[in-house]
Design a protein around this ligand. Structure first.
Ligand code: AKB
Length: 316
């Protein structure tokens, strides 16, 4: 049977790269990209695209039925920094979007992917090698919505048998699309500024260590979890996945190896508080055991790849 896949929030940092990867796996015409914003020309050129608000459930449901969709990736969300500025709309988008899709998954029996985040952890969580099961007392609106979402996922799995799968993404770093509204965004902006102006003013302080992951690994984790047999997926809240941990100072030092004139200065803002409430490194042994998760990119490899691709994109 033709495996149709729907990606909601396809224009975002994860979506734009995930759509490309899923189209490589399932074929261009079988992956329907959707976003509240109009499509980029690349997105339109390579396969089907629909402009849809995720909260328009009638339209989403119609798309799913009409195309016999078997997998949905729900990526539309407001991230940590924006969510603090728009508390109610963040809750509405992050929660109602998920609940609406969980209901549709219950009816239409598709497999649902929903991203959680290291933001489910808070100041009382152990910071080093944060375990899968530990204290989760988030202090941000975004973290609260992700924690509640995780519990809803588990509830729909246990009560209605919905095959929903989730990952607690760390900060994600990719060269294709810049992130927006997050706390870990500095780790992407720094590369663009390093190549453009050889200087970056960082909104986190120099020794703020956070868990991060290169987009290649994030896509590997996402498709790996979605491909796993249902019995392998034992956690139905959300899986810890780890890759790299570093501070702005360590990242700057790595960039300097490629761009010797690069300099960084620090002007921490409100995002410093959010970052300080999150773990510094993640214990992902449960994901490694359950569905063989393993990252491929370390700091040096990721830095080299980022600079190479951004440079190439600028030249073309
Ligand atoms: C953010 O910074 O808000 C996100 C996240 C850690 O989920 N990248």
């Amino acid at each position: 049977m033709r495996e149709s896949v729907l990606v909601i929030g396809a224009n975002g940092q994860i979506g734009s790269e995930l759509v490309e990867e899923l189209r490589r796996i399932y074929g261009n015409s079988n992956v329907i990209a959707t976003d509240i914003k109009p499509a980029t020309s690349e997105m339109l050129h390579n396969g089907p695209f629909e402009q849809v608000d995720v909260l328009d459930f009638a339209k989403v449901s119609n798309l799913i039925r009409k195309n016999k969709v078997r997998q949905v990736y729900l990526l539309a969300a407001l991230l940590s920094a924006t969510a603090e500025e728009k508390i109610k709309s963040a809750w509405r988008l992050n929660m109602e979007g998920l609940l609406g899709l969980l209901d549709l998954a219950k009816e239409e029996k598709f497999k649902l992917f929903w991203p959680s985040s290291i933001a489910v952890f808070g100041p009382t969580t152990p910071k080093q090698k944060t375990p899968q099961h530990t204290v989760t007392e988030p202090s941000t609106v975004y973290g609260i919505s992700k924690l509640a979402g995780e519990m809803w996922c588990e509830y729909y799995f246990k009560k209605f048998g919905v095959d929903v799968r989730s990952i607690r993404y760390p900060g994600l770093i990719g060269w294709k699309t810049e992130p927006g509204g997050g706390t870990t965004d500095y780790a992407v902006h720094i590369f663009h500024e390093a190549l453009k102006t050889k200087h970056y003013e960082c909104f986190l302080s120099e020794n703020t260590v956070l868990p991060m992951m290169y987009m290649h690994d994030a896509l590997k984790a996402t498709t790996g979890l979605m491909d796993a047999d249902a019995e392998q997926v034992k956690i139905r809240t959300s899986y810890n996945v780890g890759a790299i941990s570093f501070s702005p100072k360590e990242l700057a030092a790595e960039i300097k190896k490629h761009i010797p004139g690069f300099s960084i200065s620090y002007k921490p803002d409100i995002r410093q508080q959010y970052a300080e409430s999150w773990p510094q490194s993640i214990d992902d042994s449960v994901a490694r055991t359950d569905w063989n998760w393993k990252p491929e990119f370390d700091l040096a490899k990721m830095t080299e790849d980022m600079l190479h691709h951004i440079q190439q994109a600028v030249e073309h």
